[in-house]
Design a protein around this ligand. Structure first.
Ligand code: AMP
Ligand code: MG
Length: 629
């Protein structure tokens, strides 16, 4: 048993009506969550649902039944409604839906609490089992809820094991949706978590050190086309990639249009007097208005140019000679310039020709691309499917931001950074949380994730420590093919790429190092290219030449140093300013960086680069599209 799903139900009229804060529910959530990370063994609690309901017997029964029968929660903890007052009905509701009582758990809670207060006698809590769910009534007071839960927390995993008939303490929980995952593990585990002999582990990585170029070739060559493509509305296509070249169904503009506010004239008439015969506004099709020599029509920008007119003279190049009798309209004007044929007229198809290719297959849809297709009237477009992406942090030392930091722990910054970087590219990754460096937990979690996603991105656990077990988990337990496990670059060397066949579907796994800077660099060098290949996206990284403003000592690996590029008036090349200490744990070194300097690896002939040297730099912000230049 390794993952225990928990439901927390607060039962209180006043909390339900928002007259009181749900303090006990929050406390319970906190201790359940802490339970998960505190235990270094394989048990893990995961809060799957929580709710607040009033002291109403039927509502309580309905929720308890749904959570146990449909949601298949392992343990439901209720808080509140166990006292002596007339509205307390939690035990009554619980009793009506459980199939077996578990009075020992109640006894354990009451006897522990009696050591603290004689008031514990007044508890009417009930515990019992419904199908495969253990239901435990806890008191409503914040202090008592904590004391009672702590009194029984240790026995919960064992109780759940017994309920599920799990003889051994191994992998799974019960819900039917886990069956595929179980089957996958059974079928594919070559070596399901054999005893790992730390003392005899590899002291040198068994993975060959490959170049960045080789790693990119591997990514490209292992990707299978995602099919089929999908048709979507133009308005929701931001960030998607065109699956086919789009040809314009219309000429843009589809009529000769005026570029200026002015007068439609016959150019040959030259300068001089004109009688104004009418006014032409945008949105009206008055092509057939007769413009005779010596006459003109007032016209607005974007209005249809009459067939007889050969030029538009802007209003600034005209003079009023005579107003109409009503003193509102114009009667006669003077053209002050010599008009030329076609002056200020956008001819039919001059922006986009009908049937011409406007955007090529492989183009990533941005604001401008969407605008272009809108101008052609293409409202439904054919795009490549976006892979479902999952992100997962590994590390027993990690805590979620928002929690109180325990000694020896750090906040998980990678997951949120990764999520934001992917969202900025138009992806919508699923967050699969944190998993401890514990083999069975990792196998279990990754298996579950793979069921839901095409691409899994993890951080951590790929270096050489005895707890860096991810590569082994992928290979041994999930029977994945590791295509590379070491790339000759700094930071990001242990980046690992694996694929596996999950019930006939290829799954891609990019496992990035845990250090936040390494992870961020690896997202740019591996994750984005992989996603580009998967979505047929033709965007490529932009590399520019930049001038060093300080000296760099070269490393034995190719190094991607974070820099700020600044363009100045008197320099041909942008100047590269270091963002400071390049320590791979220091995410601050990525702040403001708009490029990664690509420093070559040191050789016998070159060990350092002086200030003023020109070096390649990869732009982080501005990519160009190879197809559309
Ligand atoms: P690892 O790659 O797991 O050996 O971790 C390398 C370093 O990165 C360690 O100092 C970890 O504590 C840190 N680290 C790992 N994962 C994360 C994360 N999600 N957020 C922030 N730091 C992390
Ligand atoms: Mg780690």
């Amino acid at each position: 048993m390794c993952l225990i799903t928990v439901g927390i139900l607060t039962i209180s009229d006043s909390c339900f009506k928002h007259k009181a804060k749900d303090v006990s529910g929050s406390i319970l959530k906190n201790i359940v969550n802490n339970q998960e990370s505190k235990n270094d063994n394989v048990q893990e609690f995961q809060i799957q649902c929580s709710d607040i309901v009033p002291d109403n017997e039927f509502i309580i029964m309905e929720i308890l039944t749904r959570w146990s029968d449909t949601e298949k929660i392992n343990v439901i903890l209720t808080t509140g409604g166990t006292g002596f007052s007339s509205h307390d009905v939690t035990p009554e509701a619980t009793k009506k839906i459980i199939q077996k009582e578990a009075p020992g758990i109640v006894y354990a809670m009451i006897s522990e609490c009696l050591k603290i207060t004689p008031m514990a006698i007044l508890s009417r809590a009930v515990c019992g089992i419904r199908n495969q769910t253990l239901i435990i009534n806890l008191p409503g007071s914040p202090k008592a809820v904590k004391e009672c839960f702590n009194a029984i927390a240790n026995i919960i995993p064992h109780a759940v094991d017994l309920i599920l008939d799990n003889k051994k303490s191994v992998v799974m929980t019960h819900s039917n949706q886990d069956d595929t995952h179980n089957n996958y593990l059974c079928k594919n585990s070559k070596n399901p978590l054999n005893l790992y002999k730390i003392a005899h582990r590899d002291r040198k990585s068994p993975f060959p050190l490959i170049s960045l170029e080789e790693s990119q070739d591997i990514l490209r060559n292992t990707v299978e086309k995602q099919i089929p493509s999908v048709t979507i509305d133009l308005g929701s296509s931001f960030g998607r990639v065109l699956a086919e070249t789009v040809y314009s169904p219309i000429d843009v503009p589809s009529f000769n249009a005026s570029i200026k506010d002015g007068y439609a004239v016959i150019a040959q008439d030259g300068k001089g007097k004109r009688t104004v015969i009418c006014g032409l506004v945008a949105g009206h099709n008055l092509r057939s208005v007769k413009i005779l020599p010596g006459t003109c029509a007032r016209i607005n920008t974007g209005a249809v140019v009459p067939d007889d007119a050969t030029a538009i003279v802007q209003v600034e190049d005209t003079k009023l000679l005579q107003a109409a009798v009503d003193d509102i309209e114009e009667k006669e004007i003077e053209i002050l310039i010599e008009p030329t044929d076609g002056l200020n007229i956008r001819s039919i198809g001059s922006d986009i020709k009908r049937n011409s290719a406007v955007l090529m297959a492989g183009t990533k849809m941005g604001a401008v691309e969407i605008g272009i297709l809108a101008s052609c009237g293409c409202n439904r477009i054919f795009v490549t499917p976006n892979p479902e992406i999952g992100i997962l942090s590994t590390g027993s030392e990690l805590q979620d931001v928002g929690e109180i930091l325990r000694p020896g722990y750090i906040y998980d910054s990678n997951r949120i950074t990764l999520r934001m970087m992917l969202q900025a590219k138009g992806f919508n990754p699923i967050d699969f949380g944190i998993v401890s460096d514990e083999e069975s937990l990792m196998v279990d979690r990754i298996g579950r994730v793979l069921k839901k996603v095409d691409v899994l991105i993890t951080t951590g656990s790929v270096s050489m420590g005895d707890k860096d077990i991810l590569k082994r988990v992928l290979k041994e337990a999930l029977n994945a093919t590791i295509h590379f496990g070491r790339v000759n670059l700094k930071p990001g060397m242990p980046t690992t790429y694996a694929t596996c066949n999950y019930f006939g579907k290829k799954k891609y796994m990019l496992c990035l190092p845990g250090n936040p800077v390494s992870a961020m660099v690896a997202v740019n060098l591996f994750v984005f290219p992989l996603l580009n290949y998967l979505t047929n996206n033709n965007e490529r990284l932009t590399i520019v030449k930049a001038m060093l403003t300080s000296k760099y000592i070269l490393d034995s690996r190719q190094e991607f140093a974070r820099v700020i590029l600044r363009w100045t008036d008197n320099q041909i090349y942008p100047q590269a300013y270091s963002t400071g200490s390049q320590c791979s744990s220091k995410l601050l070194s990525c702040r403001n960086a708009n490029a990664l300097l690509i420093l070559p690896q040191k050789s016998s002939s070159i060990q350092e680069l002086d200030k003023g040297t020109l070096v390649d730099a990869m732009l982080l912000e501005f990519n160009y599209n190879v197809n559309n230049i």
